[in-house]
Design a protein around this ligand. Structure first.
Ligand code: ATP
Length: 359
């Protein structure tokens, strides 16, 4: 396979305090985000929070009400100017794959290569088909391909003209869970190989974490936090982010030192200063993997519900205080609802929030 790296790699895409909306009403406000060379970003949030609107603004389909977007230091959108989508060197992949049904796979990929010589375009098509694992499919038609194969072709078509940036709006949501799980790391590997920077829109946390280097969590038109998947999961800046990402519970707790907190789980010592004052009342975030089943532990919980997840059990356990949390157990520890089991607390990174004032 002849490697053909993109000529025009993105250096930086920067969203600077942008507002976007419809009919004069902003639906995204004060959004800041950036991705750099070879990076895959993600806009993650619940339905209706404004992810697609933001993506459409980056693509140039929606004008800005405030702020600006720059691509390699050139402003491509502001409240005064919107460089047209076709002049942005940005490719797009959508949920509804939208391959041209009357064109062969090769012709679909050739669609954005009209200005290329026939020889160069053919070489590019062969190269991309091999890259996406569909060598030999050039003369087939879209309806003879599976959903996953069609999405690979859509990716090949979008990156064929070597865009600086690829925008993907829920590209996997039409595919079944197993296929999605297989396809996501493949697509990430292809983008990294081709050094194409990309932004993915999704409401699926697992997809975001598997795909992206940098994730922006959105709620109601605002970006609440930007970070690596690890930071977002382990260092959420708000209750919303903590609860939107993964499972967990808040336990009432009292601070007992710079890295210490006392809760229904006993006294826990974290691995760094949490910034709260001794004596302060807080809510402590407890994730399923923070509490492990341990036959030898004196600390007990009563199983109130359970899920078999193949390689492990996830239990909901009632603590002696009456609070309920999650607990992990390996898959051969199959206990019944109503049974008491030993628990070990495995929590060294303390995530806490001030107690919310009751209305
Ligand atoms: N063309 C439009 N005209 C008016 N309002 C719109 C338009 N498109 C979207 N909206 C509104 O803007 C808000 C954000 O929509 P958007 O599609 O950006 O959200 P999203 O996070 O991508 O949602 P989903 O995950 O459901 O696709 C919603 O309240 C939506 O109703």
């Amino acid at each position: 396979m002849t490697a053909m790296p993109p000529n025009k790699m993105l250096k930086e895409l920067k969203l600077n305090h942008i507002a976007v909306g419809y009919q004069g009403t902003p639906v995204v406000q004060d959004a800041n985000f950036r991705i750099v060379e070879g990076e895959i970003g993600c806009l993650l949030g619940p339905s209706g929070c404004g992810k697609s609107t933001l993506l459409r603004a980056i693509a140039g389909f929606e004008p800005l009400m405030a702020g600006d977007i720059s691509l390699d230091n050139e402003v491509i959108s502001s409240s005064e100017t919107t460089v047209s989508p076709e002049k942005r060197s940005i490719g797009m992949v959508f949920q509804d794959i939208a391959l041209f049904p009357h064109l062969s796979i090769g012709e679909n990929i050739a669609f954005g290569l009209k200005h290329w010589s026939k020889q160069e375009a053919n070489a590019r098509i062969d190269y991309l088909l091999e890259l996406v694992g569909l060598a030999g499919y050039k003369d087939r038609y879209p309806d003879s391909l599976s959903g996953g194969q069609q999405q690979r072709v859509a990716l090949a078509r979008a990156i064929a003209p070597k865009p600086k940036l690829l925008l993907m709006d829920e590209p996997f949501s039409g595919l079944d869970a197993k296929l999605r799980e297989e396809l996501v790391p493949d697509i990430r590997a292809i983008l990294l190989h081709e050094k194409v920077s990309a932004i993915l829109v999704t409401h699926d946390q697992a997809e975001a974490f598997a795909m992206a280097d940098r994730v922006a969590i959105m709620e109601a038109g605002k970006i609440l936090q930007v970070g690596t998947p690890y930071e977002i999961y382990h260092e959420p800046v708000s209750r919303f982010v903590a609860m939107f990402i993964g499972q967990g519970d808040f336990l009432p707790a009292v601070v007992c030192g710079a890295n210490c907190v006392h809760s229904d789980l006993g006294e826990i010592h974290g691995d760094m200063d949490h910034g709260f004052q001794s004596g302060e009342k807080v809510d402590l975030l407890v994730r399923p993997d923070d509490i492990l089943h341990d036959d030898d532990s004196e600390f007990k919980g009563l199983i109130v519900s359970k899920w078999f997840r193949g390689s492990y059990f996830l239990y909901r356990v009632k603590l002696p205080s009456g609070k309920v949390t999650y607990c992990f157990a390996s898959s051969h520890h199959n206990h019944s609802i109503g049974q008491e089991i030993g628990l070990t607390v495995n929590l060294d990174h303390l995530v806490m929030f001030p107690i919310e004032a009751k209305a």
